[in-house]
Design a protein around this ligand. Structure first.
Ligand SMILES: Nc1ncnc2c1ncn2[C@@H]1O[C@H](COP(=O)(O)OP(=O)(O)O)[C@@H](O)[C@H]1O
Ligand SMILES: [Mg+2]
Length: 455
């Protein structure tokens, strides 16, 4: 488990990446207009001979990928909507533009050896156009479609014989019949224990509606069916949610990290425990093998998270795919030999993949989510107090303004070497500390009642 495997030892596909549209314009400042924040790197010869990867999207995933690129002596170019986005604040090579505009995407891709993503939002037609012009889009549009479109993903996974919840297309272009009738038929067949989902564009639980009755489902459909393509799926009776992260390179190497447990609150990931505590070895192996198989069969390049449900009777069901660094892999920054961010770069650059073994018996990641009311105490002061109280907390802040439930950072804590993921007490202790740290960073309140000034 958790090692690097190679599909294609002959190396036929080695360096499958295609150069950008105009390699002569690869130097910073060499592209047409619209770039900001490019700092002069005159004299930085080594940097200029290293390959440029462009990431579409300037969020925290791009910011942390940039962080990994620095260690490799490289720079990540980002296409960001504005100079204030998390990655645009830190990369010296920022193209300001829209991921929905082909010319902006072309400008961003110019001279880059690979174009990759921090979100799923680029229309697939634009990606196909870039590919036709010779841009190396990784993961390719033919794979990315299964991370963009939940219906296409459900259909494809069913074809591959992988376990998915029952589903029905309600109002898509290929749907047959009346959406309300279809919903009634599906709902009745599943005792109205169902979930409605937007096929595209949802994230962090936006675009997912867990309904409890026929009335609720019907009114949800009536309110959204005109402008949103919806599917219904069976609500899965689950013990917990898991994630299997995998990386795949064009050369055909694949590598999995240990399967983790993800804890969602309000439909979004809040806590991750790595590895998933007390997960039977055969289930963990099946999940990792499923992730490797999917990466290969879909032609994924880069990292992919396979979100899974562990059902109450111990089976695995695939929820969805994310073909980019993912919240369930943030633990790897401090808890694994190779982080998901470096691995993503290695994969899209077709470098050999890094070792994915954990560095500690347990790592817990807790997201720092904006509080309902932003605390009076500044983030700087909260950080200071956290450091004083928990010197082992690894804090990652994204440079984002605090807003309710917004992901503004995360904390990783690793367990001592004598801890075990099979010990409920060891897991609970580390989890309590990580969640206490993250809650402090969000709320300036210690959940154990500690007073930073008097204790
Ligand atoms: N079929 C389902 N049965 C039970 N819970 C579900 C189901 N689908 C989604 N959920 C819950 O909603 C969350 C978000 O759904 P998901 O499809 O992963 O959307 P998003 O793209 O917002 O992450 C999941 O992590 C899970 O907690
Ligand atoms: Mg999800």
């Amino acid at each position: 488990m958790s090692d690097v495997k190679t599909e294609d030892p002959t190396g036929e596909n080695r360096r499958a990446v295609v150069q950008g549209t105009d390699a002569s314009a690869a130097t910073p400042g060499g592209r047409d207009g619209g770039s900001v924040g490019e700092r002069s790197v005159a004299g930085a010869v080594d940097v200029d001979t290293m390959p440029t990867v462009v990431m579409i999207g300037g969020g925290q995933l791009a910011r942390m990928t940039h962080q990994a690129s620095i260690a490799l002596g490289e720079r990540l170019r980002v296409l960001a909507g504005s100079a204030t986005e998390p990655a645009a604040q830190v990369s010296p090579d920022v193209v300001i533009g829209s991921h929905e505009n082909l010319d902006d995407l072309r400008r961003a891709a110019d001279g880059a050896v690979a174009l990759t993503f921090d979100h799923e939002g680029v229309p697939v037609e634009l990606l196909a156009a870039l590919e036709a012009e010779g841009v190396s889009v990784l993961p390719p549009s033919t794979a990315l479609i299964y991370a963009q479109d939940k219906l296409a993903m459900r259909v494809k996974l069913s074809e591959l014989g992988l376990p998915v919840p029952d589903f029905a297309d309600l109002n898509g272009p290929d749907a047959t019949g009346d959406p309300a009738e279809e919903l009634r038929r599906f709902g009745e067949a599943h005792d109205w224990s169902i979930v409605l989902k937007a096929v595209r564009g949802g994230y962090d639980g936006r675009g997912v509606w867990i309904v409890d009755s026929a009335e609720e489902a019907m009114s949800m459909l009536a309110a959204r069916a005109d402008d949103t393509h919806l599917i219904a799926e069976a609500k899965v009776d689950m013990r917990r949610e898991l994630s299997a992260m995998v990386a795949r390179s064009p050369f055909g190497q694949g590598a999995t990290w240990p399967v983790v447990e993800t804890v969602q609150r309000k439909g979004q990931c809040a806590v991750v425990v790595a590895p998933a505590p007390a997960l039977p070895t055969d289930v963990a192996t099946a999940a990792e093998e499923m992730a490797l198989l999917l990466a290969q069969r879909l032609g994924v390049v880069g990292v992919m998270a396979v979100e899974l449900f562990e059902t109450t009777d111990g089976r695995l069901v695939v929820n969805e795919l994310a073909m980019r660094p993912h919240n369930s892999g943030h633990w790897s920054m401090d808890g694994a030999v190779t982080s998901q961010f470096e691995q993503h770069l290695r994969a899209v650059l077709d470098y050999p993949l890094g070792d994915t073994r954990p560095r500690a018996p347990i790592t817990v990641m807790a997201n720092i989510l904006g509080a309902e009311q932003t605390p009076q105490m500044s983030m700087d002061e909260r950080l200071h107090h956290l450091m004083a109280r928990m010197p082992d907390a690894r804090v990652h802040l994204y440079g984002k303004q605090e807003k309710p439930d917004r992901k503004v950072g995360h904390v990783n804590l690793v367990a001592p070497l004598d801890a075990s993921p099979d010990s409920a007490a060891d897991v609970a202790e580390l989890r309590e500390r990580a969640e206490r740290a993250a809650y402090w960073m969000s709320h300036a309140i210690w959940t154990d009642g500690w007073d930073e000034h008097s204790d």
